[in-house]
Design a protein. Structure first.
Length: 286
């Protein structure tokens, strides 16, 4: 089954676009899953997050996730490890490190147009909605902060109720949302999301429950379109259409994130949790 899923998942745009250009997002995913999937008392828990963040800044969001869970030891290890990777960078390639940390890091538009459909982040949505390459910083920070808080809240609720993988997945999906620029291959956390959906579908007794993994997978598939100039665009968000349809397609991954966060918060809201615990209590016949 694992081999079958591995082959099928290569048709997902985040996986396909990680392998094709030679990105390392799948490696970072495994590194963080290995690190934070261990028990809280595990030795040097957080070191994987620190190394992953040193290789690519996006996993640094998991430090906030650990802080929300009040796992301060793991926070310290992750931050310390990340700082060590930065220090190693200065020792090995001093000039490049200086340029990156003093200039390159704040110019996220160096890798492409902020308004490009390929930018599946809050900033990308704002740029496309406002028809500008420079959406107001205050608006971007406000929207990003709101999305980040909701994502962390959902991740916290999931972890508090014993769903550690779900909590990690929600945090992993929130990270590219709050990043200044997020390519489709940054969304590799949709892989554990689909695994969770398959597991949930197997538990449901109703036939329509088995449609959940397919519904989640459709916007993630590596749809492609060839243009007359020879350019091949891959991803649901690159599919043209009428204005309203195009706007929705260009927000494919953020919509998935919104659906996941909303579902997790509603399913784990305090009132429902109390009801579930009350129903689970044993009854005594009079």
């Amino acid at each position: 089954m694992s081999i079958t899923l591995a082959v099928l998942f290569t048709w997902l745009e985040p996986v396909r676009m990680t392998i094709w250009p030679g990105q390392i997002n799948l490696v970072l995913l495994v590194l963080v899953l290995w690190d934070l999937g261990r028990p809280e008392g595990s030795r040097l828990r957080g070191v994987g997050v620190g190394i992953a963040a040193g290789l690519k800044l996006t996993p640094l969001f998991f430090v906030a996730y650990l802080a929300v869970l009040r796992q301060w030891r793991a926070v310290a290890v992750a931050v310390g490890t990340f700082a060590a990777t930065v220090a190693v960078g200065f020792v090995v390639v001093f000039s490049d490190s200086v340029q990156f940390w003093t200039s390159t890091i704040i110019h996220s538009d160096r890798i492409g147009l902020v308004s490009s459909p390929a930018n599946q982040s809050v900033r990308g949505i704002l740029a496309r909605s406002l028809h500008t390459e420079t959406p107001p910083v205050w608006l971007w920070l406000l929207c990003t902060g709101l999305v980040g808080v909701l994502g962390l809240w959902a991740a916290y609720l999931a972890d508090r109720n014993g769903h550690r993988l779900l909590g990690l997945t929600v945090a992993g999906l929130t990270a590219p949302m709050v990043a200044p620029f997020s390519w489709g291959h940054h969304w590799v956390w949709t892989i554990p999301l689909l695994v969770l959906c398959l597991h949930r579908a197997a538990q449901w007794r109703r036939w329509w429950g088995h449609l959940l993994p397919f519904a989640v997978a459709v916007p993630l598939l590596a749809w492609y379109r060839s243009y007359p100039d020879g350019v091949v665009a891959i991803g649901t968000f690159m599919t043209p259409g009428p204005p309203v349809q195009t706007a929705l397609l260009q927000a494919a991954y953020p919509i998935v994130h919104l659906g996941v966060v909303t579902t997790v918060i509603v399913a784990n809201r305090p009132a429902r949790i109390r009801l579930r615990h009350r129903d689970d209590r044993p009854t005594v016949d009079a």
